[in-house]
Design a protein around this ligand. Structure first.
Ligand code: B12
Ligand code: SF4
Length: 464
């Protein structure tokens, strides 16, 4: 929807969204059947890649006039693999709005030039246009909510009955070397102004009866002043909200800002705790973050009635055993300090950035060069960060993580899960209590069976 702001007004646009359209594939087949059509596809690694690859190939084979443009995280991070595929004509790297205006103008006018921000596969190699500077999103105007059927996006979540998503900044000012955001934005961060953000929230509340907002910015809480102004602006609107932030940044916020955010409806913040090992954090280029900061933040958030949601990226290539061991210990300590904190466990999967990726390459890793390579095992699971098979992560270590997680999730069922009823929560928690108390995490078959039977969903499966 944001991208549609870049499309020249005289070109007819149809937005097809696999998240909400029950027959998105049928709609695409219809829209792309004949004539000169530009199909703009957003592709994340994982499930989107699996669907987009064969479909784009099929659509292009049926209609030779179709121009397929891929953008988003996957083609931005792995442009070669995407651009060389028969189903893809042009790859857009990074922010899309400005690029798409120019690219569609070129396609419409029949020009065959390489637009800045794009790349194509020519003569057996990737040819890139000039890099395009990123632009503050606000410059493209208000989010065109009316361009989609907003009712279909009002989601019932643990935050509220009508939760909408917003994106209010481009990039992130940090350079963590495991994060694809750095591939796209290289440490640049351009936030919309607080006034703009408040205006967007007001529109969602007054026009679409929003009672909750998820801010999907990479780093919503990067700048205290903006957080404070947004908090003051949305206070009294009756919303609850969630966003992603950094432990070290928010630890430095004043008590007054925390109070303002809490009073304005801030319910939960997603933090990259990443590891319980200071050495691993250093190797990840976490910008000086320390394990002690995560513990301090946990207590600070508790005092202000905000639930911290800590995400871990486990299995550092250099010393995965130590990383996992210390991280699981940290999680036990975090739960002891604040049982309400939420924990999300991912396995570390590298992106092509200097640092850990160099170590991964030394250990024999190389990314697939084609989309077929990405779709075949073990890569098909890679970016899920759950079952990823990396050379340094042994099966036993993976199992240790998932056994631990099963006990953790049973002892402290996530509040983001809406499948479990109160009784089921109580039963799970009671069953898991002795295991958690005495650290008996190994092979919790009974807990795994119960969770599967009751359809328990981990926090990240709920959209975080
Ligand atoms: C919302 C979200 C989700 C939602 C997706 C809902 C949906 N299906 O749309 C959910 C929770 C389901 C999800 C799941 C996953 N996600 Co996710 N997700 C995000 C998040 C928070 C926001 C994405 C977003 O909408 N941004 C807003 C838009 C405006 O920004 P954008 O996507 O970057 O788009 C801009 C440009 O990329 C470009 N662009 C994008 N598409 C296109 C298309 C064209 C044609 C053009 C020209 C340009 C263009 O223009 C846009 C505007 O400038 C991002 C982090 C982030 N804040 O970006 C992670 C992120 C994209 N997710 C990520 C991952 C890994 C996943 C998963 C694979 C794994 C996981 N376990 O989380 C799954 C699988 C997703 C799938 N279905 O395939 C990673 C990707 C990392 C990587 N290596 O590429 C990210 C970057 C998080 C991170 N920091 O690690 N995710
Ligand atoms: S702070 Fe978060 S979003 Fe920013 S680079 Fe680090 S991991 Fe990525």
């Amino acid at each position: 929807m944001l991208l549609s702001r870049g499309i020249p007004p005289h070109l007819p646009v149809q937005i097809i969204d696999g998240n909400v359209d029950s027959d998105a594939v049928g709609a695409l087949r219809g829209a792309c059947a004949t004539g000169k059509v530009a199909l703009l596809v957003t592709v994340m690694p994982g499930p989107q890649l699996r669907v987009a690859t064969p479909l784009c190939r099929e659509l292009k084979a049926r209609n030779p006039e179709l121009v397929v443009v891929w953008g988003g995280y996957f083609p931005s991070v792995h442009p070669e693999a995407a651009a060389r595929d028969a189903g893809v004509d042009v790859v857009v790297i990074g922010q899309g709005e400005g690029t798409i205006t120019e690219l569609l103008g070129a396609i419409d006018g029949g020009a065959d030039r390489l637009v800045p921000g794009t790349a194509v596969w020519r003569d057996g190699r990737l040819v890139r246009g000039e890099a395009r500077a990123i632009v503050v999103s606000e410059r493209y105007g208000a989010t065109p909510f009316a361009s989609v059927a907003m009712e279909r996006y009002a989601a019932r979540t643990f935050l509220g009955k009508r939760t909408f998503n917003l994106h209010t900044s481009v990039g992130c000012p940090y350079l963590c070397n495991f994060c694809a955001v750095v591939n796209l934005y290289a440490g640049r961060w351009l936030p919309d102004s607080a006034a703009h953000v408040v205006g967007e929230v007001q529109t969602l509340v007054s026009r679409y009866r929003a009672d909750a907002i998820e801010f999907h910015d990479n780093n919503f809480f990067a700048w205290e002043k903006r957080c404070r102004e947004v908090a003051d602006g949305v206070r009294g609107l009756g919303i609850r909200y969630w966003g992603e932030g950094r432990v070290d940044t928010m630890l430095g916020f004043s008590g007054a800002t925390w109070e303002a955010m809490s009073a304005s409806g801030l319910a939960m913040v997603f933090f990259g705790a990443e590891s319980g090992d200071d050495e691993a954090l250093e190797r990840m280029d976490k910008g000086g973050l320390r394990v002690a900061d995560t513990r301090a933040l946990n207590r600070l958030a508790l005092r202000h009635g905000v639930v911290p949601e800590f995400s871990f990226v486990l299995g550092n290539a250099t010393d995965p055993e130590r990383d996992v061991h210390l991280s699981l210990e940290l999680i036990r300590a975090l739960k002891a300090d604040n049982p309400a904190c939420e924990i999300i466990l991912y396995l570390y999967t590298p992106v092509p950035l200097p640092g850990q990726w160099d170590e991964a390459k030394r250990l024999g890793m190389a990314f697939p060069e084609t989309l077929d390579g990405w779709l075949a095992p073990p890569w098909s699971d890679f970016d899920h960060r759950r079952t990823a098979s990396t050379p340094w992560m042994t099966r036993a270590l993976r199992e240790k993580v998932y056994d631990f997680e099963a006990v953790l999730n049973a002892r402290f069922p996530s509040w983001t899960d809406r499948n479990l009823g109160p009784l089921q929560r109580r039963i799970l928690s009671t069953f898991a209590r002795p295991r958690w108390r005495f650290g008996l995490h190994q092979s919790p078959v009974e807990l795994k069976l119960l969770q599967r039977a009751w359809g328990y969903r981990r926090p990240e499966e709920m959209g975080f």
